[in-house]
Design a binder for this molecule. Sequence first.
Ligand code: CP
Length: 310
Amino acid sequence: MSSTSNAGKSLLGIEVLDRSEIEWILDRGRRHKRKPGEGVKKLDTLRGKSIVNLFFEPSTRTKASFELAAKRLGADTISISGEGSSLSKGESLVDTLNTLAAMLPDTIVMRHSASGAPQFLSRYLSTPIINAGDGQHEHPTQALLDALTILEHRNSLEGLRVAIIGDISHSRVARSNVHLLSKFGAEIVLCGPATMLPPALKQLAPGISLTHNMVEAVTDADVIMMLRVQLERQNVLNFPKNEYFQFYGLQLAHLDRARPDAIVMHPGPINRGRELSSEVADSPRSMILNQVENGVAIRMAVLERVCGDS
Ligand code: CP
């Protein structure tokens, strides 16, 4: 592997970003949002740049939005998935990354099931890497698009009560959101069954509270962020879907406990009847599709930061 030169441009996680970097991305993302009635603008900010999307885990939202974001900025993109790559012929991850880097792309967007994979590779690769989700560790662009979504409904993150509910222990979305929200002074409540909420998670950031009681979590919440149960990261043969929904599924009655203008979020993909009811998912309080829309704008901003010349 070659030694680093552009490593500083990589976006590997929220934990290592400072507030001003996050604010820059949010401001820039806001500018990339379409106004009502406006068509999609094609820009040439990244004309001549090439971006490799390398996804070793399934994805709909992140992969499609990174590709659209790159195209809207005028960049050339290619997408490679784990199954279709020479990894299936025995090539190591390091050799695959070195091979792609030898084609001189300007940025590699990477999702991998191993926590820390992009951080490890970025130490040696001269191509900047954007972490599109690594194992149970971080999903930085998800937290950024979530912050943009919340800020479309609130003036500030400071003092907001955000309940993050579900399979916390396996969730990179939860970790990135905790890092971002705590940097901006939000009050964070993590909620889930004991098997998905180890007490050590309290150490993620100062001032977090943990509860196994869903009603307690949603009471007076400004934001209710539901998480998918990540069965692919657990050795569970018969997940008790009905029991889980009974205790940790978001239903309309829960919204009466939250603030009257509380919003409901979910990073997707959602499982109706497991993490939330269809009535909640399709209610006016649900920001799930707004999050998807904001994903394109935020990823445009992130690509500009990592791949742009200035
Ligand atoms: N939220 C999220 O990462 O969704 P995808 O797995 O579809 O990319």
